[in-house]
Design a protein around this ligand. Structure first.
Ligand code: FAD
Length: 327
């Protein structure tokens, strides 16, 4: 087994997602501890184009395949190729983002190569010959330390936004993999992809988020949040209460059963601050809450607490920002 750390890179339009840069950052720290390298794997069209960006975040080598099968087919080809690479390179750990795709691939990979799998990872600590994972459980109320035993390889699903991408410039060498997929991996093919309205906004990547909750009272007031978000270059999020009421699509939900976000600024508007909401946003750099209840739990973790009626405060805030931008 080597001290190398492997990272599976999720791509968007040929570029690594922010979560891939987070993984590269933690992988660089882990690899440095054991004197190993960071090997990233990017699969799909224009995957080699991700090398420059990944190199800036500590990746030593980018292994790519631009075979169209990675665009057309579901998990099987990814698992097949990753299993081969895990056997060839014998890394200490393989890191995935704890996303829908990451979970699909990582679980199958771990089963295929007999690795230990840990999900919900919020921290990773190198210990020479192995890596310990800190896993967030029970809605973020407990953090457990998990050690992979009786398996040579640890496969870790790392929560988006658990790490902040940090540049440690290298120039990632690109190696194009010689991969010819067999028929056995051509099982399920993607048919039609429908983008749900609002899905285009990637909350996980947004640096400013304005979220609304039950306090909005209906779908229409979300227009107020959209106007505010548009002025400050933000995305619109929501509590589960607002999503369950059908006021806004699920893609916007922040929290335990929604997205985990880590923006520079998170504005919680008409959201009480239930623990299941907090676990999805509590690591935001700055939290501003607008709530008419001075005892709302959200104020316990907010940097700025605005007590008042959101229907007065939000339009006034948007107008003031517009005025200052115009000045
Ligand atoms: C297993 C499980 C998973 C869950 N996952 C999630 C999750 O992922 N995300 C999530 O958000 N929740 C989740 N929940 C639900 C969570 O427990 C809360 O019910 C939910 O977050 C409440 O949403 P809310 O804050 O919008 O509503 P409420 O708790 O009803 O709060 C509304 C707030 O609006 C304020 N308000 C009302 N009118 C105004 C006004 N005019 N101006 C200013 N403020 C006003 C009120 O004072 C109140 O604080 C989950 C629950 C369970 C059991």
């Amino acid at each position: 087994m080597s001290s190398d750390i492997m990272v599976y890179v999720e791509l968007e339009n040929g570029q690594p997602k922010r979560t891939a840069l987070e993984l590269a950052t933690v992988a660089a720290d882990l690899a440095a501890h054991g004197g190993g390298k960071v090997l990233a794997i990017a699969l799909g069209p224009n995957a080699a184009g991700a090398a420059d960006r990944l190199g800036r975040y500590g990746v030593d080598q980018l292994l790519v395949s631009e075979d169209p099968i990675f665009e057309e087919f579901l998990v099987d080809p990814h698992v097949d190729l990753l299993a081969r690479l895990a056997q060839e390179f014998e890394p200490q750990a393989v890191l995935f983002s704890d996303s829908a795709d990451g979970r699909d691939i990582a679980a199958r990979l771990a089963a295929r190569v007999g690795a230990g799998l840990v999900s919900g990872v919020v921290d990773l600590v190198a210990h020479g010959d192995h890596v310990d994972a800190h896993e967030s459980i029970f809605g973020g109320n407990f953090v457990t330390t998990v050690e992979v035993q009786n398996a040579r390889l640890g496969v870790f699903l790392v929560r988006p936004n658990a790490f902040t991408p940090k540049e440690s410039p290298k120039s990632a060498a690109v190696r194009t993999l010689d991969y010819t997929p067999g028929d056995d991996v051509k099982r399920a093919r993607r048919g039609r992809t429908v983008l749900e309205e609002g899905e285009a906004t990637s909350l996980e990547e947004a640096s400013v988020i304005v979220s609304g909750g039950r306090g909005l009272g209906g779908p229409e007031p979300f227009a107020l949040l959209e106007q505010l978000a548009a002025e400050i270059g933000g995305a619109v999020g929501a509590s589960r209460a607002a999503v369950d009421a059908g006021w806004i699509p699920y893609a916007h939900q922040v929290g335990q059963t929604g997205r985990t976000v880590k923006p520079s600024l998170y504005m919680a508007v008409g959201i009480s601050g239930a623990v299941q909401h907090r676990v999805g946003m509590q690591t935001a750099d700055t939290i501003v809450a607008i709530n008419r209840d001075p005892d709302a739990p959200i104020f316990q973790l907010s940097d700025l607490a605005v007590v008042g009626d959101l229907f007065k405060i939000v339009p006034a805030l948007t107008a003031e920002i517009k005025r200052r931008k115009g000045a």
